[in-house]
Design a protein around this ligand. Structure first.
Ligand SMILES: [Zn+2]
Length: 141
């Protein structure tokens, strides 16, 4: 299955890639490479077959991946339905320990009431969820 966020470091810096080679290298469909091209990935020249320089591809993918990050400010979790960082409804958050030091926060979105999740360290609970009532659950069996 194709990956949603291709690893830029699989592209060799001093190689040139045709569209099918680049698609195979990044484990994406050929149309995805064409889509990257429409979004700013520059081929080496206008010749056929179209070739892409590895360094250009890597820089493009690194910039693209960085631009997709949506860091959550303290007190928020990422809501997949709203596609934004949201406060938990009624400021209530559940903490489910996964390891002795870290666990998952779950809450409902205050806007659309969809479930939201966030991974956090136990020591950072007060820093990441200021002003929220955090209920610490037992670890699952
Ligand atoms: Zn939401």
């Amino acid at each position: 299955m194709a990956v949603r966020r291709p690893n830029p470091y699989r592209v060799k810096l001093h190689h040139s890639y045709s569209v099918p080679e680049l698609a195979a290298c990044c484990d994406v469909h050929r149309n995805t490479v064409r889509h990257w091209q429409r979004n700013g990935l520059k081929p080496i020249d206008k010749g056929r077959p179209m070739l892409f320089h590895g360094g250009t591809v890597r820089a493009f993918l690194i910039a693209r991946n960085a631009g997709r990050k949506r860091p959550c400010p303290p007190g928020t979790l990422f809501c997949l339905r709203c596609r934004a960082a949201r406060r938990p409804a009624l400021d209530m958050v559940d903490y489910v320990p996964i390891t002795p030091d870290s666990g998952n926060l779950s809450a409902l979105c205050e806007t659309c009431e969809a479930p939201m999740h966030r991974r956090t360290r136990k020591a950072d609970l007060a820093k990441n969820m200021p002003g929220c009532a955090v209920e610490i659950a037992r670890s699952p069996p």
